[in-house]
Design a protein around this ligand. Structure first.
Ligand SMILES: Nc1ncnc2c1ncn2[C@@H]1O[C@H](COP(=O)(O)OP(=O)(O)O)[C@@H](O)[C@H]1O
Ligand SMILES: [Mg+2]
Length: 226
């Protein structure tokens, strides 16, 4: 579905992504890595908000480098942001109506009783669910979620996990950047690890914590026993 070939990006003198090659199929993919590893930049590039310095990206067989976020969303690449973006002074229902007349999705996200509430009055968990609902209302083929669990209670995380797990089943690919690894590994089939702009692991959630290079990236070489 998505294929990245040698994607590189620098900001100033800092190499943030260094020749990342990656293929994403119809699967649930988790992306982890220390702060500053380049995870959000990777999402920004895939979704057209940032242009790579070099490399190519294919989506459904066509090169998409240089396309605008709106055009990519129409092709089916939809993302959420680390900081939730909704129209705060519009109600839940009005936010959804910007995208679709089909309001049935509110039920799936347990937001039906809140439909007349202004978005700014929602709890953090409700806000996150609304932004996910808005992303899904666009019928994505590839959904990019940037830290969907941050700041949420265990109960809220479980609600969102349930929704994400169903996504794999209906043929939507999902890539999730998330620090809460326990919850993430429960939701995904495959994990990649970025460190200082490089892809240092690609495998199963079971194997990632066994990886020496991953442990070194997180804890430093001298803390990993040889
Ligand atoms: N638009 C930008 N301009 C300059 N530097 C940036 C920009 N976006 C990200 N960076 C830098 O790139 C590095 C990686 O950032 P980011 O992709 O947000 O990492 P992550 O999401 O893995 O924490 C950081 O050092 C960050 O400061
Ligand atoms: Mg980030």
């Amino acid at each position: 579905m998505l294929k990245l070939i040698d994607i590189s990006k620098s900001f100033g003198g800092l190499k943030v992504l260094d020749k990342i090659s990656l293929e994403v199929k119809k699967e649930r993919l988790g992306i982890i890595g220390p702060n500053g590893a380049g995870k959000t930049t990777l999402f920004n590039i895939i979704s057209g908000f940032v242009k790579p310095d070099s490399g190519d990206i294919f989506f459904m067989g066509k090169s998409i480098v240089g396309k605008k976020p709106r055009d990519l969303a129409n092709l089916g690449i939809v993302r959420t942001f680390q900081i939730t973006k909704v129209f705060e002074n519009m109600t839940v229902e009005e936010n959804l109506k910007v995208i679709t007349d089909d309001l049935s999705i509110l039920k799936d996200f347990d937001l039906e009783s809140r439909r007349k509430e202004l978005a700014k009055n929602l709890s953090q968990g409700e806000m996150r669910r609304l932004s996910l609902a808005l992303a899904l209302a666009r019928n994505p083929r590839l959904l990019l979620l940037d830290e969907p669990f941050s700041g949420l209670s265990k109960k809220e995380v479980e609600k969102i996990l349930g929704i994400i797990k169903e996504l794999g089943g209906n043929g939507t690919a999902v890539a999730i950047v998330e620090h809460r690894m326990g919850d993430l590994f429960n939701a995904v089939e495959r994990v990649i690890v970025l460190n200082e702009g490089k892809l240092i692991f690609d495998g199963s959630p079971e194997d990632v914590l066994e990886s020496r290079s991953v442990m070194e990236a997180y804890f430093g070489k001298r803390y990993v026993k040889g």
